[in-house]
Write a protein that binds this ligand. Structure first.
Ligand code: GDP
Length: 298
């Protein structure tokens, strides 16, 4: 949890700074509540979560004196109550196997790295894993996934650059089924410049999967880069539309002061949050612990 703490350090510093700027020891009146709400918005929690936290504070403590420490604790408790309902680890439950996990997100969000980290976590839980290189648009993406696969010793199904992602996914499901693999994690293209193409490509992958197993894909995990702040939220809208999204992973929570966007995403979309990325190394994907994250952010 020290590493996690480190992961949110800048977000926490910023929110603390914004909150302590608000109150010395003050009566919680409308002006102070306005300032608290502004501080939360400045910390990327978004207008909706900020209004909710403000309302809760007003309900519990309006007119009472509050110290900066008490304010922090009250905000942390409200953040936890927003995060609790969405904290949901990605569990391997599919029967028959494999569980097919489609991973989507814009290029640069940390998708490939997250896939390797997920595979590593599954393996630590004694599940067998296979990867599929469905982002055939970028040769670099295939190469990067291959490097990770080799490093963590997980089989990879790949095709040529420019190949048909749906046919690679088809081959991968067949291989995973034959080999009794528990989890098949599929990388996909992430160019948003051409929404129509992306939509068609993901739809085709889903169609092929659905023919093999009507339950597949079992999960469609959207990877979001926290450093994008509120733009990460706009990506949820787009990907919900083009692909359907069953859950989120947010990356790069280390080194950014914009980690509050995690709270905004939880409040505005209510999608399960499976895990968070707090670094570039293989073990830098953490299960999403709402209590810990709330206490670390605020
Ligand atoms: P993709 O284009 O979406 O597949 O993104 P990559 O997996 O290639 O990641 C892009 C960059 O972000 C790489 O340099 C990764 O090492 C880095 N990255 C991914 N996740 C994290 C994270 O949680 N924290 C940090 N600091 N860097 C990350």
């Amino acid at each position: 949890s020290n590493r996690l703490f480190g992961g949110f350090r800048k977000t926490s510093e910023k929110l603390t700074e914004n909150l302590t700027a608000v109150v010395g020891t003050a009566k919680l009146d409308d002006a102070t509540l306005d300032d608290v709400e502004d501080a939360l918005i400045l910390s990327d929690l978004g207008p909706s979560a900020a209004a909710r936290i403000r309302a809760k504070l007003a309900e519990q403590r309006f007119g009472l004196e509050i110290t900066p420490q008490e304010l922090k604790e009250a905000v942390a408790e409200e953040i936890a109550s927003i995060l609790r309902p969405v904290a949901k680890p990605l569990e391997i439950t599919a029967f028959p196997r494999p569980q097919v996990i489609l991973v989507i997100g814009v290029n640069g969000s940390g998708k490939t790295t997250t896939i390797a980290k997920m595979a590593h976590l599954f393996r630590e839980d004694d599940y067998s894993v296979m990867l599929a290189a469905g982002d055939t648009f970028r040769a670099a993406a295939i190469g990067q996934l291959a490097t990770w696969a080799e490093r963590i010793d997980v089989p990879l199904v790949r095709g040529a650059e420019g190949g048909d992602p749906a046919s690679i996914v088809f081959d991968a499901v067949r291989a995973a089924t034959d080999q009794g693999i528990d989890a098949l994690v599929v990388d996909t293209a992430g160019r948003l410049q051409n929404k129509r193409e992306l939509m068609d490509e993901l739809a085709k992958i889903r169609r092929v999967l659905g023919r093999i197993n009507p339950e597949a894909p079992h999960d469609v995990v959207l990877v979001l880069d926290a450093t994008n702040g509120q733009n990460a939220l706009a990506q949820i809208d787009v990907f919900k539309e083009v692909a359907g999204v069953t859950g989120l992973v947010m990356t790069k929570l280390d080194g950014t002061a914009r980690g509050g966007v995690l709270v905004a995403a939880a409040e505005q979309y209510g999608l399960p949050i499976h895990a968070i990325g707090v670094g570039e190394k293989i073990d830098d994907l953490r299960p999403f612990d709402p209590e810990l994250v709330a206490r670390v952010i605020a």
